[in-house]
Design a protein around this ligand. Structure first.
Ligand SMILES: Cc1cc2nc3c(=O)[nH]c(=O)nc-3n(C[C@H](O)[C@H](O)[C@H](O)COP(=O)(O)OP(=O)(O)OC[C@H]3O[C@@H](n4cnc5c(N)ncnc54)[C@H](O)[C@@H]3O)c2cc1C
Length: 410
């Protein structure tokens, strides 16, 4: 049986990034994915400025820009009744819209130049053996097993080779349907979040002056029931919002709409003796703020730092890997609270308007909010009395002078 130091299950952004961070340190690394790349993934396809820093570190930013990635310099928040607030990233930072098929392929190719990669090969099971793990592989003519001292689970949502979901998530209360449209009017250099009252949010990520990835997020107990219609009749569902209807009148679908339930899944653990989970495998994160790829890269980086130290000390036990769990919790629990807050806001039209007015009238607050959304500042800052106080004051002031600085989206 082949022996490696680290086996990485899944070669999406988190798995390929883990391979890149761990390479060059004398470790034998095997990266395995059941898919053959290029492969697609349901995604809003917006790479936040925080996530872009990692692509720069991997030497891929220039290539993505060369391949036509489209920049956005902040976010636009809009309600169905025409309230609009814009928030730009600080220091002229920007995010990029770029198709996942191309991004994930570039990451995989970069990883493949430094570590061994097996595509079209599923990891069917992982079992403890001789102080490490035996991985049963199947695919593309391979029916084999590999032994690894450490396993990284980068399997994406509902990872299960090493850990079971902590509970049955039940039917999703939110459901996303995504497509790419050409002929969309009114696109600018902002990532658009439309918080509509019909239990629906729409995220528009412009990929060119007239092409955009559009994600419709259906909300509430009927979300799964409404999903088939949104998949079958994507354009009609979008056209129910009068402002969006105008903008997509002449648009056509470039990709068949694809849907995905957004169940609140958390694994029972994200690390243990000789294993760690990274990216979406650490738990479901609602895409409403578009921070998934940042978490994929950052958890990969934290995992690699912890593992390199553990290899150096010759101890790969759960206790030695526990700083990783603490670091992930410290960094991402506030992000989850931020996301919960945005979802809760989107369900309360009055509060949504209050927050939008605050952001539209207070440039400092707007920049701060953009920084949290773009993973440029830790989301914990949002919950500081200073920021919450500013939000309350600006919102209250703007509500008194309602209308100031706000207008229908054109
Ligand atoms: C609707 C929607 C919109 C989103 N929009 C955005 C956005 O605009 N911006 C953003 O940053 N994030 C967004 N996200 C989140 C983002 O897509 C994820 O956070 C990101 O893909 C996580 O990367 P990952 O590598 O952890 O998992 P994945 O990208 O899911 O990759 C997992 C890989 O593991 C492989 N795999 C799984 N099991 C096995 C196995 N047993 N053996 C071998 N291979 C296996 C799979 O084939 C896959 O290639 C969105 C998510 C959704 C659902």
């Amino acid at each position: 049986m082949r022996r490696v130091d680290v086996a990485i299950v899944g070669a999406g952004p988190s798995g390929s990034a883990s391979a890149l961070f761990l390479s060059g340190h004398g470790l034998q690394i095997l990266l395995v994915d059941r898919a053959v790349f290029p492969r697609d993934k349901v995604c809003g396809e917006a790479i936040s400025p925080g996530a872009l820093s990692f692509l720069d570190e991997f030497g891929l930013l220039a290539e993505i820009e060369r391949q036509g990635a489209f920049p956005y310099r902040g976010v636009l928040l809009a309600t169905a009744d025409g309230l609009v607030a814009e928030a730009c990233y600080p220091d002229h930072r920007y995010g990029l819209a770029f198709p996942r098929e191309g991004l994930d392929y570039l990451l995989l190719k970069s990883a493949a130049s430094r570590v061994e990669v097996l595509q079209g090969t599923a990891v069917e099971g992982v079992s403890p053996q001789d102080g490490g793990y035996r991985l049963a592989l199947k695919g593309k003519g391979v029916t084999d097993a590999v032994w690894a001292r450490v396993v990284i689970s980068a399997e994406g949502r509902f990872a299960r080779v090493l850990t079971e979901p902590s509970r049955d998530p039940g039917p999703p209360a939110r459901f996303a349907v995504v497509s790419v449209l050409e002929g969309v009017a009114g696109l600018g250099k902002l990532l658009e979040f439309h918080l509509l009252e019909s239990a629906m949010q729409v995220v528009i990520s412009a990929q060119s002056p007239d092409r955009a990835a559009i994600a419709v997020v259906l909300d509430g107990p009927q979300a799964s029931r409404r999903a088939p219609e949104a998949i079958k009749d994507f354009l009609s569902v979008l056209k129910r919002d009068p402002l969006l209807a105008d903008r997509i009148r002449g648009a056509r679908l470039l990709k068949p709409p694809r849907g995905m339930g957004l169940e609140g899944y958390r694994p029972a653990a994200i690390a243990g003796d000789g294993w760690l989970a990274v990216g979406d495998a650490v738990g479901n994160m609602d895409p409403i703020t578009g921070e998934g790829m940042f978490r994929a890269f950052r958890t990969a980086q934290l995992a690699a730092e912890t593992l390199l130290l553990a290899f150096e000390r010759g101890d790969l036990g759960a206790a030695r890997l526990s700083p990783y769990v603490r670091a992930v919790n410290r960094e991402f629990l506030p992000t989850y609270r931020f996301i919960d807050m945005v979802v809760a806001l989107s369900r309360r039209p009055k509060l949504t308007r209050f927050a939008l007015r605050a952001i539209a009238t207070d440039p400092v607050l707007a920049e701060r909010m953009a920084a949290y959304q773009g993973a440029l500042a830790p989301a914990s800052g949002l919950f500081s009395p200073r920021t919450l106080g500013r939000l309350a004051l600006a919102g209250a002031h703007a509500s008194v002078t309602a209308g100031t600085g706000l207008g229908p989206h054109t």
